[in-house]
Design a protein around this ligand. Sequence first.
Ligand SMILES: [Zn+2]
Length: 543
Amino acid sequence: MSFEIKYKDMLGRIGRLKTKSGIVQTPLLFPVINPSIQPVSPKKLKDTFGFEAIITNAYILKNRFENKPIEQGLHKFLGFDSAIMTDSGAYQILVYGEVEVSQAEIVEYQEQIGSDIATILDIPTGWKITQKQAAKTVEETLKRAKEFFKTKTRDDILWVGPVQGGRHLDLVAKSAIEISKLPFQIHALGSPTEVMENYRFDVLVDMILTAKKNLPPERPMHLFGAGHPFMFSLAVALGCDFFDSAAYALYARENRYMTENGTWRLNELDYFPCQCPKCANTKPQEVMTNTKKERETFLSEHNLYVCQAELKRIKQAIIDGRLWEHVEMRAHAHPALFTALKKLKNHQNFIEEFSPTTKKRGLFFFNSISLARPEISHYRKRMYKSYRPPEKKQILLLAPQTRKKPFHKAHEFNRIKQVSKKLGEELSAKVHVCFYAAPFGVIPLELDEVYPLSQHEIALPLDQETIENVAKQVSKYIMQTQYETLVLLHDPEQWSTQIKAACTKACQKKGIAFQAVNIKTERSKSLLTRLEMTLRKHLSDEP
Ligand SMILES: [Zn+2]
């Protein structure tokens, strides 16, 4: 296989893809080259900005330059000696309705010019389109994909099989399932540009994940037209390995200055929030006085630096296991991105399936949005599928989380230790201590050092949704276990009444005894006595 995965986090991966012009690393951004008007030369993109690959449009090349790229070869023609991807004209179909070229012609042309990665002539679905029209684009794309394998002649080119269907998710699924059956090396999600232009990142989440769920995970996926750095991390986290950006140049033409948190108009800026080699020694006011062409080059180059820097941060976040935190940070750049982040809740099991279970760093939880994190889904799944409490435990003693972790090393745990000592070995062996803790739910004492149960930090006070979620987990735990009694160390300051209410209800349903001891109303000494008495009472009830 030409694609090898080195590191993963969420569905994002750092991988190596072998092309005939050399190996490239993913996640990879292909700057779009317009051979007629190019503000930054392909050579400079590689030498100065470090781009390993570029993309250009075979349809435009064929129309404007005809045989010249064939005679010189694409790499010499563009002056770029690393991987070059070509698109086929599908975008022009989307904009102009049709193109004056057949698929066989454009496939042959891409083979003649020597693209490293090439695309069949798919039919983009677009945005404002009915289910019926969308179905037609999927059918026609599949028909062309099948025909393509009868006409292609070069096996050293990596061919892209696009997935269509637009916002019609059933069609995206069908398209992905069918195109997977064909031996393409790379897939692409077609025409999400309009979805992104309309800031429907939530729809984009569903489109990408529907495609991902139905495509072979070992084949890289390209997201066409995802050119803005503020959404790279979201797309990477959802499993997009390639992007292309024409935005760096298009924005520059309109005096728009990209940052990883959004876009500014040059004339609105008093300061450059960037220390790239372009911005470091000048001011927006000075750049405004430049000629239009100088300004365009300045902005294109700055935009490229920003894109490249964001990709590096994303890669480091993957290696650190901090991609979720990174996506969450970027999601605050725009409510539409945050809406998309909220959508991940609906896909948490799928994301969990492919995410690593241990990481070298601890996790940060800020609010209930993080409840969809793969680490939490993973823990819950394991708890409910395979965890069994130790044998001969009659009482479940539920204690609240502590600031210090692991919980059993916190000073609050001393009172439980003291009571256990007073009860003696035989009786305390019948008590199972577990913690209720956000965001995980119930954490049995014997697991509290397992990653990431004590390797995380959470913002306090907890929000309502997080408390309710823990209450739900507590109740689920009671229902699936077989204790005779539950004793809750109730902490109304941190947890209000929800945990207690959930315990009351679950114990009633289960038909087991329940007693709550309020840890905030009693002094430490009387609390110990009360806890000891409570435990003894229920332990002596034993027949
Ligand atoms: Zn800059």
